[in-house]
Design a protein around this ligand. Structure first.
Ligand SMILES: NC(=O)c1ccc[n+]([C@@H]2O[C@H](COP(=O)([O-])OP(=O)(O)OC[C@H]3O[C@@H](n4cnc5c(N)ncnc54)[C@H](OP(=O)(O)O)[C@@H]3O)[C@@H](O)[C@H]2O)c1
Length: 265
């Protein structure tokens, strides 16, 4: 694997789960890491976890679903580390609610966090990467960025939207040496279902069996980093459940049947 020592990674969703595992992996390899999420204490705990790399870690908390100043955040990162080599745009929130029971405010909250918050960061980072002569943006979508699935209508929509946005960005900026990787996880054992939004706009609060039996976030992080460093355009990561992406593509009628029958939790 190519060396990433001293490369600057800005990782959103670094306070837990997949983002945290990617942060741990790259910190241990000597990268400089801007760790973002809302939970400042969890972000700072990375510095306690890696005292030898304390100065390589910059906890930078903000809320992707709020009206944050992305340009100011980029300025803070540049003041601290001088550049951004990798943006791992990973923070996000899932959903556990039926379309018919979900108020539009909940749909909007999910879109604001997973789509608009996400692209706002990318749009603020992109000019810097172009000015630097290149950079790599990796975006965490989901297998439901490739198909729709029960209890996840707004979540699936937000992840589909990311694909359209970043495929366009990739094509527009290839000559400027900007690389884009879409990360497409199946079920990974994180708190994503615990933190998922219900129709009431509250936390689902349950570690669903799908997540509990999913791939570990550490294993997922290793495969994701390897794929990014190999300039893969898409990384499908997870256990056997990721076969649904291929079933949807090659056997759509079987997929539509399965999507109705499989336990969505
Ligand atoms: N686990 C899976 O099975 C799975 C499958 C497909 C896709 N994914 C995707 O993987 C990504 C990471 O999720 P995960 O599985 O690692 O779940 P997780 O443990 O719940 O982590 C989600 C991360 O996103 C951050 N986040 C959530 N809402 C935010 C907000 N409003 N502002 C800023 N940061 C926010 C959280 O930080 P704070 O709580 O500190 O704000 C946390 O660090 C997500 O985009 C998710 O959609 C996960």
């Amino acid at each position: 694997m190519k060396s990433i020592e001293n490369n600057v990674f800005w990782i959103t969703g670094a306070s837990s789960g997949i983002g945290r595992s990617i942060a741990e992996l790259v910190i241990a390899k000597g990268a400089k890491v801007v760790a973002s999420g809302r939970n400042q204490v969890a972000l700072e705990s990375l510095q306690l976890q890696y005292p030898d790399f304390h100065n390589n870690i910059f906890p930078l908390a903000f809320d992707l679903g709020a009206d944050f100043d992305a340009e100011d955040l980029v300025k803070q990162v540049v003041n601290r580390f001088g550049r951004i080599d990798f943006l791992i745009n990973n923070g996000g929130i899932s959903q556990r609610s039926l379309t018919a029971e979900t108020p539009l405010e909940v749909d909007r909250k999910i879109m604001e966090t997973n789509f608009f918050g996400n692209i706002k960061i990318a749009k603020a980072v992109l000019p810097l990467m172009i000015q630097q002569g290149g950079g790599h943006i990796a975006v965490t979508s989901s297998v439901v960025g490739k198909f729709g699935f029960p209890l996840r209508s707004a979540y699936a929509a937000s992840k589909h939207a990311l694909h359209g946005f970043y495929e366009s960005l990739r094509a527009e900026n290839f000559e400027q040496n900007i690389r884009v990787t879409m990360i497409i996880p199946g079920r990974i054992n994180t708190d994503i279902s615990v933190n998922a939004m219900t129709a009431e706009g509250k936390k689902h609060g349950i570690l669903d069996p799908g997540q509990a039996t999913g791939m570990t976030s550490e294993k997922a992080a290793q495969l994701i980093l390897k794929g990014i460093l190999n300039h893969r355009k898409e990384i499908i990561v997870g256990k056997f459940d990721t076969i649904m992406v291929h079933i949807r593509r090659f056997l759509p009628r079987l997929f539509y049947y399965m999507a109705r029958k499989i336990d969505p939790k």
